[in-house]
Design a binder for this molecule. Structure first.
Ligand SMILES: Cc1cc2nc3c(=O)[nH]c(=O)nc-3n(C[C@H](O)[C@H](O)[C@H](O)COP(=O)(O)OP(=O)(O)OC[C@H]3O[C@@H](n4cnc5c(N)ncnc54)[C@H](O)[C@@H]3O)c2cc1C
Length: 326
């Protein structure tokens, strides 16, 4: 039985999310080891152009499109996926640990009787199958999980867990006709677009995160400036969001977003477990906190025990100067 791999290709405003490209890159590596096929699964409306853009990343691109699939809805997408799973019988299905992935994947696992591993950060080969790397207890423990081979394995990965490697494949596009359920349980009445120039928090390579130690909303301006220089995003702890200093969309942590940037800088963030659960897999962590006993220092690769209001202006100036010199 071939160990074929499905990657759910997630779209955001008509473009493929970076996490999907990361998973296609990693998925191809694994498919090659198994001598199996990597399928990109693209569901939506008017998505044939998008299919072309992912052909270089996958062996085959399955496209299911019709008007009823224009927006993600759990009932329609689960129905479509179930039909594809029945026909193609993949070994594993990979998706992003995003709002959509977190909604869709447990449903698919429950309906198909499969196994699910959520919020993973790595995957490797193991005894002819795969083992999956998943942080537990806010990253204090790293577990490696295996699943029995007789059920399909659904895995959601945190964005930025893998790099994007563009290959020169020319994946065959397969159009599948799957009827959307006749009597949908949910109808989208409308969507309001929140216009933001900033890069998506979960896809940012650089995040500078402010905690209660930033003292007030006005002091986030310097974080914005630093994020601007670095081409990244400002994040916030829940204490900050609860105080209405920042919007919920900026919140990092258990009840906010899980992020994994190349560089995370926490400023006046204590490093409570519920916060670190959302950022502990960042590639490099820098903490600025005036309390040397703040838990964030247990997670930090570099720690600065000082007043953020002294360090941040110096950091901004140094970054500006470096940028001018490049
Ligand atoms: C169910 C549940 C879910 C939760 N989900 C989340 C979540 O998603 N995200 C999240 O962040 N939290 C979450 N929390 C809350 C979490 O437990 C903490 O309360 C919160 O993260 C604390 O935010 P903070 O670090 O900004 O504030 P504090 O804990 O108040 O820490 C402020 C820090 O700033 C430092 N500081 C003060 N002044 C300065 C200065 N001038 N310079 C440098 N450092 C300074 C202090 O030393 C301190 O360490 C959740 C809690 C629960 C119960």
């Amino acid at each position: 039985m071939p160990k074929d791999i499905f990657v759910f290709v997630e779209l955001k405003e008509g473009t493929v999310r970076k996490v999907s490209l990361e998973l296609l890159s990693k998925g191809k590596e694994i498919a090659d080891c198994f001598s199996s096929t990597l399928y990109a699964v693209l569901i939506g409306h008017d998505v044939k152009g998008i299919a072309t853009s992912i052909q270089p990343y996958s062996d085959k691109v399955i496209v299911v499109e019709n008007e009823g699939l224009a927006d993600y809805r759990w009932d329609t997408y689960t129905g479509v996926f179930e039909a594809l799973l029945g026909k193609y019988k993949p070994y594993t299905v990979l998706g992003g640990s995003t709002i959509t992935g977190k909604d869709l994947f447990p449903r698919l696992a429950a309906r198909s009787g499969g196994a699910i591993v959520s919020d993973a950060v790595g995957i490797d080969l193991h005894n002819g199958g795969v083992k999956i790397k998943k942080p537990l207890f806010g990253g204090k423990v790293i577990s490696w999980v295996t699943c029995s081979d007789d059920s399909v394995i659904f895995i959601t990965f945190r964005p930025n867990s893998f790099g994007v490697e563009k290959r020169s494949l020319n994946g065959e596009v397969i159009e599948e006709k799957v009827e959307a359920p006749k009597d949908p349980k949910m109808n989208l009445l409308g969507a309001e677009k929140h216009v933001s120039e900033a890069v998506d928090l979960q896809e940012a390579d650089f995040i500078i995160c402010g905690g209660r130690g930033m003292k007030g909303p006005e002091n986030f301006q310097i974080l914005e400036e630093i994020a601007g220089i670095m081409g990244g995003r400002v994040g916030a702890s829940r204490a900050v969001v609860d105080s209405k200093w920042r919007e919920y969309e900026d919140q990092v942590g258990k009840s906010g977003k899980t992020v994994s940037p190349k560089l995370y800088i926490g400023c006046g963030v204590s490093g409570a477990l519920h916060h670190t659960m959302g950022m502990d897999t960042s590639k490099a962590i820098v903490a600025i906190n005036k309390d040397p006993n703040a838990p964030i220092f247990h997670y930090a690769d570099y720690g600065i025990v000082d007043d953020a209001f002294v360090i941040l202006p110096a950091l901004r100036e140094a970054l500006k100067k470096t940028k001018e010199e490049i």
